[in-house]
Design a binder for this molecule. Structure first.
Ligand code: NAD
Length: 497
């Protein structure tokens, strides 16, 4: 840890917060209070105590931010050369790295995640700006051959003002994976962070201004889904919506966007399978399965929340998983622990409800299964790493996203059965396969309904690899060069010579 980071962590542990956190909307390049004067608190999940407050916005603040974003489209941003936009994004990456310690501590306090994970997310945000910095001047159209009497070509034009709605589990990562390509494509953005985790979005406003982003290109309105999210997505001044969140809210967003025929990408939940075949490397599979479900306390849209194991591997794998999961040390994310809290009391109750109902139906609770508190302070919202076995394929715990540290084990007698189980929920976000036979793995991968398939390393890939879901997991692709398509409108120009 750097000296700065040690001091920040020490300050947070002594006082419960860190000095200098932002607390106002970021609109038109300035920090502004809500028109209503409203405020809301944000809570540290590791203690259950409020540690900062931000503006509680509503429709007039949303109007103001969209006005600023529309005006910025015809300001210097609208005529900036793509190479210059690229330099600005590269400066942003450098500034994120320079401010990484503060961003990571703020993110850990706000979301509850472990400091090491928060640092990883902040590093990933810098990397995303770096990646799209290089894309600005390479996002080119094509020339279409119509013969000697015509000239025909395509242009990628910025879609306009983008509304970006972000959940609480990966606040800075999810924001940046939409924001960086939107800026690369020349758009302006109004972001609404989750009510529970508003801080790093506001900090990013100041960082982008420091990198030279013209006022109004990036705006942040904090507040609840009903007061800020709903008027934002229904606003006629929005040209594209990037929504990341639950299926229920996603459907609502789609309905509210329909009257204006606003384009949208929905990145929704998952119930992703990790298939482990009899011939898999056992150690690699153990590491992969544990990380897939217990990273970020299981609050990951792409968590590997279902283990589909071939029968010959079941006993060996499950025994070792139970041993390792039972040994994980839980505690506040700013201490050296293996797993932090879940994000809210409501989330804790939701997880606990799923496990209690599964237990009552006769599920085998192989480890965990209870809510606990931080053993050092007696505070916070924690749930033990939990493994459930003996559930029917149509059990609610197998079919629904629990969004917590709960792994459901399913056993397959054949590879065909494993594929059928993997494809057997309404979700289709990611899938993992562990086997030593790579030809077999690729054949299975082509038959899995998922936006991305990981072979022998769950979560393999990065900002370079496109990410998104099918069916109830949504549509549209984030990350990779594919993400740029969401933020541009293709124009084809054809001339008779
Ligand atoms: P949520 O749907 O409750 O909230 C997501 C965001 O939508 C928040 O900012 C919220 O304030 C806002 N919102 C709420 N009501 C709204 C409305 N009527 N109009 C507009 N915005 C509204 O989800 P959550 O509980 O914050 O996040 C967890 C969910 O997000 C999980 O289902 C998870 O799988 C999903 N998620 C998906 C991805 C992905 O890439 N597919 C990534 C992270 C999280």
């Amino acid at each position: 840890m750097s000296e700065d980071l040690v001091q920040l962590v020490d300050e947070a542990r002594r006082t419960g917060t860190i000095a200098g956190l932002p607390g106002l909307h970021w609109i038109g390049g300035r920090s502004l209070p809500s028109a209503s004067g409203g405020r809301m608190e944000t809570v540290d999940p590791g203690t259950g105590k409020a540690f900062a407050s931000v503006a509680a916005g509503n429709a007039p603040d949303v109007d103001h931010a969209i006005g600023a974003a529309r005006a910025a489209l015809s300001g210097p941003w609208g005529t900036m050369a793509p190479a210059e936009r690229g330099r600005l994004l590269a400066r942003t990456a450098a500034l994120i790295r320079a401010n990484a310690d503060r961003l990571a501590v703020a993110e850990a306090l706000d979301s509850g995640k472990r400091l090491v994970e928060a640092k990883g997310d902040v590093g990933g945000a810098a990397r995303a700006f770096e990646y799209y910095a290089g894309a600005c001047d390479k996002f080119q159209g094509s020339s279409i051959p119509l013969g000697p009497d015509y000239v025909s070509y395509t242009r990628h034009e910025p879609i306009g003002v983008v509304a970006q709605i972000v959940p609480w589990n990966y606040p800075i990562s999810t924001l940046v994976r939409g924001l960086a390509p939107a800026l690369a494509a020349g758009c302006t953005v109004v972001a609404k962070p989750a009510d529970q985790t508003p801080l790093t979005a506001l900090m990013l406003g100041e960082i982008l201004a420091g990198a030279g982003l013209p006022a109004g290109v990036f705006n942040v309105v904090t507040g609840t889904g009903a007061e800020v999210g709903a008027p934002l997505v229904a606003h006629p001044g929005i040209d594209h919506i990037t929504f990341t969140g639950s299926v229920t809210t996603g459907i609502n967003v789609m309905q509210n966007a329909a009257p204006n025929v606003t384009r949208l990408a929905l990145e929704l939940g998952g119930k992703s399978p990790v298939i482990v075949l009899d011939d898999a490397d056992l150690d690699a599979a153990i590491e992969g399965v544990l990380g897939a479900i217990f990273e970020n306390s299981g609050q990951i849209c792409s968590a590997g929340s279902r283990l589909i194991v071939e029968r010959g591997m079941h006993a060996r794998l499950v025994e070792r998983l139970v041993e390792r999961a039972s040994a994980l040390r839980l505690g506040h994310g700013l201490r050296m622990v293996d797993m932090g809290p879940v994000n809210s009391r409501a989330q804790l109750e939701r997880i606990s409800g799923f496990v209690e109902r599964a237990r009552a139906r006769g599920a085998e609770v192989l480890c965990g299964g209870k809510r606990i508190v931080d053993p050092e302070t007696g505070l916070g919202w924690f749930f033990e790493p939990t493994i459930l076995d003996g559930l029917a394929p149509d059990d609610e715990a197998v079919q629904n996203e629990i969004f917590g540290p709960v792994l459901c084990v399913q056993t397959a007698d054949t590879v065909e059965q494993a594929i059928a189980l993997a494809n057997g929920t309404p979700y289709a976000l990611v899938a993992g396969i562990y086997t030593r036979d790579l030809s077999h793995a690729h054949r299975i991968a082509s038959r899995l309904d998922a936006g991305q398939v990981y072979i022998n390393e769950f979560f393999a890939g990065g900002i370079e690899t496109p990410f998104g879901g099918n069916r109830a997991s949504g549509f549209g692709r984030a990350k990779g060069l594919e993400a740029l398509a969401s933020f541009s409108k293709l124009k084809c120009i054809t001339a008779r010579l």
